[in-house]
Structures are given as C-alpha cells and as structure tokens.
Design a protein around this ligand. Structure first.
Ligand code: AKG
Ligand code: MN
Length: 203
C-alpha cells in the first residue's frame, strides 16, 4: 500500500497529473518552532531574475540546501546547495515518512507578506528527471496555491495551511503550471520548503 492510499488522499487534479494535499502534518507548536528556527538559521538570499532583459532583485528570499553541494538552475540562476541543517534534515525525514518518497535537496522560500508571491511556472528542470516528485511544506501564513493546465487553462486551487504538506508528482510538472498569487489580505510571513530529488548531477 502506498502512503497516498494509507492517507486515502484524492488527486486534486482532474487529469494530466497527480497532486495530493495531506493537510497539516505538523502541530501548530512544531510549525512555529521550525518557522523561527529556519528564519534565523538559513542562509537567505535575494534572487536576481532577468525579466524582459532587465535584472530585478526579488523581495522574496530563497535558500538552497541538500545532502550534497548540488548545483541547481532556476530562472536562469545557478546556485550551489549548502548542506542540510539539523532542522531541515528533521523536516526532510518527516516529509519522506509521510510521502514514502526520497528527497535529497530543498529550495526554501521566504515571503515576508502577501505582497510577495511566485508567478506561473513549473518545476521541470532537467536535474529532477522526467516525472519529478516535489513535496511542499508550508509554515506560517496560510496562502492560496493555484495550478493551471497548460492547454485547457483549467485552474485548481488549494489553501496551504500552516504546517501542511502538498505533493506534486507524475505528469503534474509536464502538464500544469503553478503559482502563489500575491494578496493584500495576508500581512504575515510564510516559509515554504519544496523538497526535491536531484537525479542528474551537473558536470
Ligand atoms: O511557495 C509555494 O507554495 C510555491 C513555491 C514553488 O512553487 C517553488 O519553490 O517552486
Ligand atoms: Mn514551483
């Protein structure tokens, strides 16, 4: 029996991929503890992205960790992973227990408020292999997460609660985009951890 069956989870997507919402896997006390620990201990960087040829420094901060110093490229930036901190290792183990899947790296995002978000994209980098599984753990402010089918444009949304886990797998990255819309309603910060499994190491 897979973990998905054990939790009797239903696929949020009507076709073209598999995305499961596990709900809260951490207690509010654990979620608050990890939020504070990560906020103060991770090596946060502001991303520089190139949009229409212009170099823009995002307000959102990111941190990139793993079991090796993997190089990872997203939005045309390549970064070298730092090695797991004790908190990230503990969270990785928790996420592996819940999903039954292995993860060797994690991209962590810090949104200071609802004024920061992430625009439409998919996590289909070559390093992750053909059908990447991505486990997304949320801490802090509850935010809406939206998936949009590339062809039909059908949308599916889910509210990511404090301490909750979402898993995207199978064909999800190939057929669906996802985003974290900005919102004026949310004033509180949020940390999101996307655990990934790097298959091919860049030479
Ligand atoms: O913050 C989120 O929930 C989404 C993050 C995300 O899509 C990513 O890091 O690739
Ligand atoms: Mn993503």
């Amino acid at each position: 029996m897979t973990k998905i069956e054990t939790f009797s989870l239903e696929n949020l997507l009507p076709y073209g991929g598999e995305t499961f919402y596990f709900g809260k896997i951490l207690t509010p006390t654990e979620a608050e503890h990890y939020f504070q620990q990560l906020l103060h201990s991770l090596d946060w960087k502001q991303d520089e992205v190139i949009i229409f040829g212009k170099r823009i420094v995002t307000k959102r901060k990111t941190a990139w960790y793993g079991e090796k110093e993997y190089e990872y490229t997203y939005s045309k930036i390549t970064r070298k992973a730092k090695l797991w901190t004790p908190e990230l290792k503990a969270l990785k183990q928790k996420v592996e227990e819940c999903t039954g899947l292995p993860f060797n790296s994690c991209l962590v995002n810090l949104y200071h408020s609802g004024e920061e978000g992430m625009s439409w994209h998919s996590d289909a980098e070559a390093e992750l292999g053909k059908h990447p599984a991505i486990a997304s753990l949320s801490l802090g402010a509850e935010r809406k997460f939206v998936l949009k089918h590339r062809e039909s444009k059908e949308k599916v949304s889910v509210d990511l609660e404090n301490g909750s886990l979402l898993l995207m797998q199978g064909e999800t990255q190939r057929n669906w985009l996802h985003s974290l819309p900005k919102t004026k309603k949310v004033k509180e910060p949020r940390i999101n951890l996307t655990f990934r499994n790097i298959k091919k190491v860049k030479k």
